[in-house]
Design a protein. Sequence first.
Length: 272
Amino acid sequence: MPTTRQLLDSGQVARFVTHGFLRLDGVVPPEMNAEALGVFAAGLPAVPYGTPLSAAFPVGSFARRLVELPAIAGALDSLVGPEPTVDHHFVHTRQPREGSAQALHADALIDLRFDAFDVQLMYFPQDVTEDMGGTLLVPGSHLRRTNESDTGRYQNLLGQVRLVCPAGTVLVLHHGIWHGGRRNDSDTVRHMYKIRLNPTVPQVRLWDTADLADPAVHEELRRRFPWYEEASGRLEIHNRIRVWRALTADPEFDVDHWATRISNRPTHRSHP
C-alpha cells in the first residue's frame, strides 16, 4: 500500500470551501473495512480533548492506520496542517428499522472564525444504500452561522444530499456543515466513525498550490446552491471570499467585486 501523502490541489480545496465537504470514495481498503466492524463492536478507548493526533491512537491501532492512509493523511495535511489535535471521536450506530432520524444540525456553537476551521472525518466501513439512510448534508451551509440544532425544525432543503456510497468512503467536513443521520430502514446495522480535528498551525497554503491560478478555482468559488435565495446566495459567496483570502494569504482576492465593494474605505486612503 502506498504511504506517500496525497495533498489536495487548489480545485479540491476550493470545492471544500464552497460545498463544506469533500467526498473520498472507497479510499479505505476492503480488509480494513471488514476489520472495522469488529473494532467498533468492541468499542474504542476515549481520547482526552486536545491530544495531538500522533499521540491519540497507538501505533498499529485501527484508528491510527485509518488516518495514515495516504488520501486521508493528505486531506488532513492540506486542510488542518501537521499535528492537529483530536477534539473527539465516536462511532455512530443506527439500528435496523429504528424509525427515527437525527435532526438537521451543525456540530458547533455559533462560530465566527474565518481564518480557522475544524475538520471532521466521517468514515463508512459498509456500502451505504438508499434504505440504510446515510448522512444528510446541505451543501454550502457551513458558513451560515447557526447554533447547533437551530436548523432542527427544517425537514428538507433544495439541493440536500443524502449519502449513498461504497464501503471505505470518507467524508471530510467543515465543522459548520448542516447535517444529520438519516433513518435506517434496512435490515442492516449501519456504522459511521467520526473524528473531529482542531488545527494547531495557520491554515495558509497547506495544499498543492500549483493550480492556484486556474480559472476553475474562481468558478468553483462563485457556485450557487438551490436552497440559496438571491440575496443570501451573495452573502455565502462573500463568506467564501473571506475564507479563501485567509487560506491563500491574498487580501485582494475577490469574486464579482463583492468583498472589494463593501470593504472600500475612502477615508483610509492616503492623499497627496
